[in-house]
Design a protein. Structure first.
Length: 510
């Protein structure tokens, strides 16, 4: 879009000069998070070989980032509304880069889990701030739709760049190098963001309530931990206690927000059916996708024998589809309807996941690539429009908190998806029958089986890998079926909840 368009408001605030350059800085922040999330999947086999985590520790490495970030997003979004979104974005980016070094040089599974948790603390500052700044940079709804589309496309591009760059690094360096790529991105973001980003905050924010922060963190982590443990090991007293503690903390959080004159998040936002429907759609979509995506890189490398760089290229269709859909999603929602675009996108993802239930160890790439392309297109349409709906449902001063709710749904869905669908894959995998002499470590993870096979006689190793790979694929197919059911249910719920919802056309006056 052209920055020379005359402002629609006499004071010139509606179309802020330099807003598109400022958007480019926000895009860097999104890339920072997206690249980090996607390279982990490619690095997992190498982490398994080097750090020798148990199956449970491997799941923690995969999802503790999402646990922590889900627990802190609302608090950090609200903090940005209070102290300034630019300030918290730049501080968070600096911390994100620094903690990436700790991830790169982790030498035990426990240190790796801690490093991922600290990265979640830093990451919780980034995403709400980027969306909130978009809300306050772009007051023309059509421009904002395009900006949100570019923001979403950047996340998808990061998902594409991560595996390709990560695959190249893994073939030439050690696995820790995939985390060090965050450093140059962070350096550019901070250096340029200081100059280009405008500061914005809530002019009448109220206090940042520490008890609310703690209730939010305990509630989210408790609930997600309970779901993860129940899915992996069944119900136990400790799991039940964690779930009850989490539920009680979230109940206390909601009650406290309703009683506060200026809450961290205005719970009355959820009375808006469009807002609630968009948040629910995000949560269910990521829940259905994330566990599958987490294990897909392992399938491409450890089952089909692709090199890391080749595996990264194989995942590109999803990112290409998401970028293309994100750039036209706002226009499509205005031409048809919000619910048609969101529900149609989610249904397409569900059908693509259903197609992946037939994958086997030797499935040809055309089926996998086509399914990934449809997944990217559907998710790109759905996520871009729901983000636009959420941003346009609240006044500008609440943009950080509302964006944080959206991102919380995303991260909570990611944590639950990896916990539930990942546990399905792990549970099916652990039951495989290996040849005599199969070491216990082979049942912990597919990476463990590959490592164990290297020390066995050729015929035993071949039998072990054949059984392990087939069990992994069986688990992946079952997880894809569950994910498909979740996505189709999300499509039906969105069709109901988003009825009558439209994207605005008129220019807002800040």
């Amino acid at each position: 879009m052209n920055s020379t368009v005359q402002p629609a408001h006499p004071d010139g605030a509606v179309r802020r000069p330099g807003r598109w350059l400022a958007l480019s800085v926000l895009v860097l922040a999104v890339l920072l998070v997206a690249v980090d999330a996607t390279v982990l999947g490619l690095a997992t086999p190498y982490i398994s070989e080097d750090l020798a985590p148990s199956g449970t520790q491997l799941l923690w490495i995969g999802d503790v980032y999402s646990f922590v970030i889900a627990g802190l997003l609302v608090s950090m979004g609200s903090l940005g509304d209070r102290i300034g979104r630019k300030r918290i974005l730049l501080a968070g980016a600096t911390a994100f880069g620094a903690v990436s070094v700790l991830n790169a040089y982790a030498h035990t599974p426990e240190v790796m889990i801690l490093a991922r948790a600290l990265l979640g603390v830093a990451g919780a500052t980034l995403m709400p701030a980027t969306l909130a700044l978009i809300r306050n940079l772009f007051h023309d709804p059509r421009e904002r739709s395009l900006a949100v589309g570019i923001w979403g496309a950047a996340a998808s591009a990061g998902a594409a760049v991560g595996p390709v760059v990560g695959g190249f690094l893994l073939e030439h360096f050690w696995w820790g190098s995939v985390f060090l790529i965050n450093l140059p991105v962070m350096a550019v973001l901070v250096a340029v963001g200081v100059k280009l980003l405008p500061e914005s905050r809530n002019p009448d924010p109220g206090p940042w309530d520490l008890p609310s922060v703690l209730l939010s963190l305990v509630g989210m982590v408790g609930i997600v931990y309970a779901v993860k443990e129940a899915a992996a090991h069944g119900f136990a007293w400790g799991t039940l206690a964690a779930g009850l503690l989490g539920a009680a903390a979230l109940y206390g959080f909601v009650r406290r927000q309703l009683a506060m004159p200026v809450p961290l998040i205005d719970m009355r936002l959820f009375r808006n059916r469009g807002f609630s429907g968009a948040v629910l759609a995000d949560l269910l979509t990521i829940l259905g996708l994330s566990g599958l995506v987490f294990f897909l890189s392992q399938y491409l490398q450890l089952v089909q024998g692709r090199r890391p760089f080749e595996a990264g290229l194989a995942e590109l269709p999803a990112a290409v589809g998401a970028v293309a859909a994100g750039l036209v999603a706002g226009r499509a929602a205005r031409r048809f309807s919000v619910r048609a675009v969101v529900s149609g996108g989610l249904a397409a993802v569900g059908l693509a996941l259903a197609a992946l239930t037939v994958v086997g160890p030797h499935t040809g790439y055309p089926l996998i690539g086509a399914a990934l392309l449809v997944v990217g297109l559907g998710a790109g349409f759905a996520f871009t429009v729901t983000a636009d709906v959420i941003l346009s449902s609240v006044p500008g001063e609440q943009a950080g908190a509302a964006s944080a709710v959206s991102e919380t749904a995303y991260e909570l869905g990611a944590a639950l998806g990896i916990a539930v669908l990942g546990s399905i894959v792990t549970g099916v995998y652990r039951d495989f029958t290996g040849p005599a002499g199969t070491p216990p470590a082979a049942h912990e993870s597919l990476g463990g089986a590959v490592e164990a096979a290297a020390g066995l006689p050729a015929h035993t190793a071949e039998a072990l890998l054949g059984s392990a790979r087939q069990a992994f694929v069986d688990g992946l197919a079952l997880a894809a079926g569950v994910g498909a059911a979740v996505l189709l249910a999300a499509a039906a719920a969105s069709w109901y909840l988003l009825r009558g919802r439209h994207l605005e056309d008129g220019v807002e006056h800040p």
